[in-house]
Design a protein around this ligand. Structure first.
Ligand code: VTB
Ligand code: MG
Ligand code: MG
Length: 321
């Protein structure tokens, strides 16, 4: 695949983040999401790919844009055939509430490489490169923490586990605290939380949570580029959800490895911060300009680029308002 494609993907997440950030702290997550979707969809037209959305805003009848199955990109003869997974805003409630941790994300791989995950819950675990092969979704929480502490050369009290602030996380929270390890809760945005485990300076060692399955696929794509590990298992809650998995040919009992979620070694990932997070700074508006911080990665080479950009808003139609 063209190595420049990854860098071009940043334009897409930057555009979406600039749109969503206008709604930071204003209490309306739908407006933030809509702005991000509009900007992202438009920017995709300038990328030389023949893309199909496999993870998107939902089915055609519930999402007018970036819906599953939508064909996006320049789509000229010879454009690369790719799967696209998008989350224009992961952490919409963080944007609405003015909280940290929201990002705009895109993952891309050759056609057929990204799992077409249904919109339901997934039980997930994410860890950085040193914990790969040691930490497993099916091991008890305490065993995972012990193994990780040992390989990281840290005491258990210095291990930081991150999980979503929901009642369903109580088990993880209680187990971790009873061992004396640190628990960092987040309001939403588990992609950011998962990726953070792969960067030592975030101080986050392990992520365990039940969150969205689509977010699981995007996290797996990112973590593949970063050399960490990710595992998940679909968690249908209703008969309808179970039936959906069955129709899609998905085994709900199966432990989904990072390769099941994002296969091959030609995965691209780009993210831009909307609100400040553990890895990326959020959008700052300076009047005539705005600043964004993004990360772009490619699994084939494992290069991780952080891109700081200043955007001249008056030169971008529709951005100044
Ligand atoms: C999580 C969170 C996402 O959905 O995946 C969550 O990380 C699912 O849990 O940012 P809830 O139904 O309890 O919110 C999001 O909040 C939205 O995509
Ligand atoms: Mg979203
Ligand atoms: Mg999301």
């Amino acid at each position: 695949m063209d190595r420049n494609l990854g860098i071009n993907l940043v334009r897409v997440t930057e555009a979406a983040a600039l749109g969503a950030a206008k709604h930071f702290g204003k209490g309306d997550k739908n407006l933030a999401d809509q702005a991000a979707v509009d900007r992202m969809r438009t920017m995709f037209d300038s990328i030389d790919i023949s893309g199909v959305v496999v993870i998107g805003e939902g089915e055609l009848d519930e999402a007018p844009m970036l819906y599953i199955g939508e064909e996006i990109g320049m789509r000229r003869d010879g454009s690369l055939e790719v799967d696209i997974a998008v989350d224009p805003v992961d952490g919409t409630s963080c944007v609405a509430k003015g909280l940290p941790g929201s990002i705009s994300v895109v993952a891309m791989g050759p056609r057929g490489t990204l799992l077409n995950a249904p919109d339901m819950y997934m039980d997930k675990i994410a860890v950085g490169p040193k914990g790969r092969g040691l930490v497993q979704l099916d091991l008890p929480v305490k065993e995972n923490v012990k193994r990780l502490a040992q390989v990281l050369g840290k005491s258990i009290e210095d291990i930081t586990v991150t999980t979503i602030d929901r009642e369903r996380s109580l088990g993880v929270i209680t187990e971790c605290r009873s061992m004396g390890c640190r628990v960092r809760l987040f309001d939403s945005g588990d992609i950011e939380a998962a990726i953070a485990t792969c960067f030592e300076d975030t101080g986050i060692d392990l992520m365990m949570c039940i969150g969205g399955a689509p977010e699981g696929v995007i996290s797996a794509a990112a973590i593949k580029c970063l050399g960490g590990d990710f595992q998940g298992r679909l968690m249908p809650y209703t008969e309808e959800e179970s039936a959906r998995c069955y129709t899609m040919g998905l085994d709900v009992e199966k432990l989904l490895t990072i390769d099941d979620l994002a296969s091959g070694n030609e995965v691209y990932f780009a993210a831009t911060g909307i609100s400040d997070g553990s890895l990326l700074k959020g959008v700052k508006f300076y009047g005539e300009s705005a600043r964004t911080q993004s990360v772009v990665m490619r699994s084939a080479t494992g290069t991780i680029r952080f891109i700081d950009a200043v955007h001249r808003l008056e030169k971008k139609p529709g951005y100044a308002k």
